[in-house]
Design a protein around this ligand. Structure first.
Ligand SMILES: [Zn+2]
Length: 176
């Protein structure tokens, strides 16, 4: 697992140190004499369903889970809102644009590079543009909602499930 080895401030190699006040072992810089706090990295995943009731998925080119389908999405840039980050990743990966119209949960997940990530799920509607898979992925495609292939990440499966539940409850509100 590729987590922090050197101090952000001074570059000294970090050690593991028991922090008495917290009753917890943390990474510690012996030069700065400070514990190093690590946090989950924020990322996003987009549930985009078109007016033909098809779900947009991308075929991953890079690890983790290269060669498997997942929701479009990715890591936030500095000073970027999660909503804007979702739309940027959607556009970068698939060429499509839309509007964030719902939230499908925040899922804490393990990650091979960052140890721990929070995946924020957004529902994007009014999808428009020409479907153009980027160099970041092998393919991007709409699948009929009842014929979707296995989805690579547990976090994405949970976000999709949340989004579909929300949609169903909204549909039933219309008819009740
Ligand atoms: Zn230091």
């Amino acid at each position: 697992m590729n987590t922090k080895i050197y101090c952000y401030t001074c570059g000294t190699r970090l050690i593991q140190q028991y922090i008495e006040e917290e009753n917890k072992t943390r990474k510690y810089c012996p030069s700065c004499r400070k514990p190093i706090y690590e946090n989950p990295i924020p990322s996003t995943a987009v549930v985009a369903i078109n007016d033909k009731n098809e779900l947009l998925l991308v075929l991953r080119k890079v690890e983790p889970k290269a060669g498997q389908w997942c929701l479009p999405g990715g890591y936030l840039e500095m000073e970027e809102t999660p909503e804007n980050g979702s739309l940027r990743e959607l556009k970068e990966e698939t060429g499509l644009e839309g509007e964030v119209t719902g939230w499908a949960g925040n899922i804490l997940a393990e990650n091979i590079f960052y140890k721990s990530v929070i995946v924020m799920g957004y529902i994007v509607s009014n999808i428009r543009g020409k479907l153009t898979p980027s160099d970041d992925c092998i393919d991007a495609k709409f699948f009929p909602i009842d014929q979707i292939p296995p989805i690579a990440f547990r976090s994405h499966r949970e976000i999709l499930s949340n989004a579909l539940k929300l949609r169903n409850s909204m549909d039933s509100n219309i008819y009740n």
